[in-house]
Design a binder for this molecule. Structure first.
Ligand SMILES: [Zn+2]
Length: 266
């Protein structure tokens, strides 16, 4: 059982795709994001996404979501295409050595270490936002101006529409502390572990470590090795002796997950 469940996002939020899987069509033809497998997120992200949708809409913009949650198998397939592209020497799109069927010329995170696996990242349709009165090259500036105060964090440094990943934003929320302490990849892994989508890293021991990280315990990387740091943190979090904490972990006890999740995130 994953420690946290994903919930379906609000039905007012649209996918960037229509029934034919085409992007860029009229808004009325677009699929409801909630009707696709990708339309789920952790509860705080589902709320933050609705807040973003409402704020963009209130500013006259057209908000369309390309990706939200990604299953590990989908992530693995995309990562393979990215690796094919790197192995081929990163050929330019449209060049003779670029094969769009087998290659992806944009960064794809390792399966299980993506904020999409964690249900905490969106890709949105950058070219379609159309904020009225805002020049084409300032559309992303406008999106950031709206999104950042709502807790969304763009993955690129400056708002450049043509940059790879200009469409990607993360929501760290209750795992912000883990991100600050561990960096992007381990932070994303922490999120993915909590919802059960960490692929080959999904083990009971790492989930315990992810829960402790979420609660603010500096126990180091999510390495799946329950050493003295993890035991001491668990013992302090649960108010039990280290021996009792150790026995719980040895028995792969999940009954204390809810207690850890009730701790304020740090
Ligand atoms: Zn993305």
């Amino acid at each position: 059982m994953p420690a946290m469940s994903l919930v379906t996002v609000d039905r007012s939020i649209l996918s960037s795709y229509d029934k034919m899987g085409k992007a860029g069509g009229p808004r009325k033809d677009l699929l409801v994001l909630a009707d696709s497998k990708r339309g789920v997120a952790v509860p705080e992200v589902a709320r933050a996404l609705l807040a973003l949708h409402n704020a963009v809409t209130a500013a006259g913009g057209d908000f369309r979501v390309t990706e939200l949650h990604r299953e590990v198998s989908v992530q693995a397939a995309a990562r393979k295409r990215y690796e094919n592209w790197v192995a081929a020497g990163k050929p330019a799109r449209g060049s003779a050595s670029f094969n769009s069927a087998t290659m992806k010329a944009d960064f794809v995170a390792i399966p299980g270490k993506s904020m999409h696996n964690a249900g905490r990242a969106i890709d949105f349709h950058v070219g379609m936002t159309n904020f009225p009165g805002v020049p084409k090259d300032k559309q992303l500036d406008k999106m950031w101006e709206i999104a950042k105060p709502l807790g969304w964090k763009p993955i690129i440094k400056a708002p450049d529409e043509s940059a790879s990943e200009s469409w990607h934003m993360d929501y760290w929320g209750e795992i912000s502390g883990a991100y600050d302490r561990l960096g992007y990849e381990q932070g994303a892994l922490c999120g993915a572990l909590l919802v059960g989508y960490a692929g080959e890293w999904q083990t009971y021991e790492r989930v315990v470590q992810a829960l402790l990280q979420r609660a603010g315990y500096s126990i180091g990387e999510l390495d799946g090795i329950i050493g003295p740091k993890s035991i001491n943190a668990l013992s302090s979090a649960l108010g039990v002796t280290p021996d009792v904490a150790k026995n719980k972990v040895s028995a792969k006890d999940e009954s204390f997950f809810a207690t850890l999740l009730s701790k304020p995130p740090k």
